[in-house]
Design a protein around this ligand. Structure first.
Ligand code: SF4
Length: 394
């Protein structure tokens, strides 16, 4: 019987934040540019990409657990797809800011055929060529400058404006996993957004680990963080995106309380800017914030929220909180409770602290709050948060 033509298929499993979602879109765009077709089933996949997250141990454990799925596939007689691990777990063991040895990851994921650092996604075709999944003619057809990322959301397009982070909050893996903070150029970002509007998108989400510092060099960041009233390039970028006629709504994530200048607060008034602002505070206590190497005090955070509410009184706020950080006393935790009593957050990601290998918090602070107590704090704060939301809705 004559063999019928069958298109090669890819399956990308994405864990973690919007940056990973956007990266998965970039890889999907490259694969589709050379004729691959999307599938959501491992059995049908020729190429399987696991785009990983390192923020919590749980996310890493899920990735290790995939070995079982691949073994089951083999036991059922299916062909194992060419498997690549990408994302923060790979970033954490390769590149210039390694948290631990690559060998450790390789041993735990021996079912993977290749690894790709999040800052080197453009090398995907070369990896596929090296393993004979693609031929050199097909690879020559992929031009990263002209290959558009695939959007997974039908109404809102995700556009990465910067990669990596240089802030080194002591609990966080991102500066290691995603490397040095690099801003994409304004013209690249605007061209991509214009292209997306031609495909029908009217809503855009600008993504980065700390979008406020987009376009700033180290000296400018220092000057802003030490009180200069310098205009923020990100505020100007928001104005330019808002000026695009086809764009109706702009969101951005993540914002931190530092680098949030008056200039940026003023831009929030622009009607096209979303009424939801996600701004990570992490703790309500200054001692804890200092140990976390956050660059703001809780008083500065309160003042910032007041200023924001002056320009946008009905703004909806979201935040990230860690409970049970090393050494967090009952009184310090109660300061976070007070924060939640004073400010109603529409969205709150409340996490229990868990040490992440190779971070300053893991190296220098003892993880001394028992899990039972961490859970109690998590439960108490969640309750306070939920009741504050109910009060607001009444
Ligand atoms: S600002 Fe802090 S918490 Fe956010 S990505 Fe950078 S290091 Fe992590």
């Amino acid at each position: 019987m004559q063999k019928t033509y069958s298109q090669k298929k890819y399956f990308i499993k994405t864990y973690g934040c919007q940056a990973n979602v956007a990266d998965s879109g970039t890889m999907a765009g490259m694969l589709e540019a050379v004729g691959f077709e999307k599938t959501d089933s491992l059995e049908n996949a020729d190429v399987f990409i696991v785009n990983t997250c390192s923020v919590r141990q749980k996310s890493e454990d899920k990735v290790y657990g995939l070995g079982k799925d691949i073994k089951t596939l083999h036991d059922k007689g299916y062909k194992k797809p060419f498997t690549i691990i990408s994302g923060c777990m790979v970033g954490s063991v390769t590149g210039t800011r390694q948290r631990y040895e690559f060998e450790e990851l390789r041993k735990k994921t021996s079912w993977a055929d290749a690894y790709i650092n999040p800052s080197q996604l453009s090398e995907l075709p070369v990896i596929l060529l090296g393993h004979k999944v693609l031929d050199d003619w097909a690879v020559s057809k992929i031009n990263n400058d002209y290959t558009f990322g695939k959007q997974s959301n039908k109404t809102q397009a995700f556009v990465n404006i910067s990669y990596g982070c240089d802030n080194f909050c002591t609990f966080c893996v991102v500066p290691y996993a995603r490397g040095k903070e690099i801003s994409r150029s304004e013209s690249e970002i605007l061209k991509e957004i214009k292209h997306l509007t031609q495909r029908g998108y009217k809503q855009v989400m600008l993504c980065g680990q700390n979008v406020n510092s987009w376009g700033l060099d180290a000296t400018e960041k220092f000057s802003i963080r030490t009180g200069s009233n310098q205009k923020l390039p990100f505020a100007e970028l928001l104005r330019k995106v808002a000026a695009l006629e086809e764009i109706e709504k702009i969101d951005f994530i993540s914002s931190n309380p530092f680098d949030f200048t008056q200039d940026l607060i003023d831009v929030l008034k622009t009607p096209k800017i979303s009424n939801y602002l996600h701004i990570a505070v992490q703790s309500g206590n200054n001692e804890v914030l200092k140990k976390m190497n956050r660059r703001h005090t809780i008083e500065e955070f309160y003042t910032l929220i007041e200023k924001i509410k002056l320009v946008k009184p009905n703004i909806e706020l979201g935040t990230d909180i860690i409970v049970g950080f090393p050494g967090e006393t009952e009184e310090q935790f109660e300061d976070t409770v007070k924060l939640f009593e004073k400010i109603t957050f529409n969205v709150a990601f409340i996490s229990i602290y868990s040490p992440r290998k190779g971070t300053p918090a893991e190296k220098f602070y003892k993880d001394d709050i028992p899990l039972k107590e961490k859970r109690r704090r998590h439960e108490r704060l969640t309750k306070i948060w939920k009741s504050s939301k109910v009060r607001k809705e009444k």
